[in-house]
Design a protein around this ligand. Structure first.
Ligand SMILES: Nc1ncnc2c1ncn2[C@@H]1O[C@H](COP(=O)(O)OP(=O)(O)OP(=O)(O)O)[C@@H](O)[C@H]1O
Length: 245
């Protein structure tokens, strides 16, 4: 369980969104939505401990040591990745074993098998010796999901995992997310496609400069008259069904 209280996220003491309070229940599947610049990525980075909070608190309960961030797997936006880093698909996925193997340790037979299994799950087995720089956006995203798979973290955070990704890859990766959910992992994903959120994400957090709304998909998405839209525009939000701020 993650308890969030009066959390302000932003840069150089300047908040980029309204203070946020709520909780993320263990095993839940949450979409974070909002217009461009609403603070979704900043919120996710703050939750992951990659960005300091301006004020408020984030408490993790249920992990072995009280209020210690549990092991988490974080997928940044593709734009933040260095595609030219000289590494093969196999080695990029094997980096997910570092917590077990250490930075300079070779990977065990068992880890090697896990890497190959993960590559198979995302349909990248035959490209395992390709350099990452040679991959298409969809192939790179499959590879990064394979790395998330072998990290075996109970908490998974995904920042716009489907932006610019082809529909076949999106369907495959949505299946991986569904499996994580069935295994009881907590998954939080920043998304833009409301129709996809409505279909696949039971919990939704809507961030905006004016207010935040957090609840079930029905509670939150009823504010959007065009639930079949593929993107969220700030002026699409309907005030009439306001629930919480
Ligand atoms: N490193 C940074 N330093 C200062 N301001 C930043 C930094 N990164 C983002 N911002 C600003 O913080 C605000 C929120 O950015 P953020 O990336 O969290 O929004 P977002 O909701 O994820 O947007 P998008 O949907 O476009 O990815 C924006 O106004 C952005 O310009």
């Amino acid at each position: 369980m993650i308890n969030i209280s009066k959390l302000e996220v932003g840069y150089e003491r300047r908040p980029v969104a309204m203070p946020l309070s709520g909780r993320i229940v263990a095993g839940s599947l949450t979409a974070v939505i909002g217009a461009n610049g609403a603070g979704k990525s900043t919120f996710l980075k703050t939750l992951a401990g990659l960005q300091p909070a301006i004020s408020g608190s984030i408490e993790f309960s249920g992990s072995s040591s009280k209020n210690k961030r549990p092991q988490l797997a974080y997928l940044p936006q593709q734009a933040e990745l260095d595609r030219q880093f000289p590494i093969s698909v196999f080695d990029l996925v094997a980096m997910g074993c570092w917590p077990q193997s250490g930075l300079f340790g070779g990977i065990s037979r068992e880890s090697e098998r896990q890497v190959l299994d993960a590559l198979q799950t995302v349909g990248m087995s035959e490209m395992r010796n390709f350099a990452v720089g040679e991959l298409s956006g969809g192939q790179l995203q499959r590879t990064l999901f394979a790395r998330l798979l072998i990290q075996q973290a109970p908490l998974i955070m995904l920042d716009e995992p489907f932006t610019g990704i082809d529909s076949q890859t999106t369907e495959l990766l949505l299946k991986v997310i569904r499996q994580w959910h069935e295994q009881g992992k907590t998954v939080i994903a920043v998304l833009h496609d409301i129709a996809m959120v409505a279909r696949h994400f039971p919990q939704v957090l809507f961030l905006s400069q004016q207010q935040n709304i957090w609840g079930t998909a029905d509670e939150v998405l009823c504010h959007f008259p065009h639930r079949d839209h593929a993107c969220i525009l700030a002026d699409e939000f309907s005030e009439q069904r306001r629930v919480i701020s």
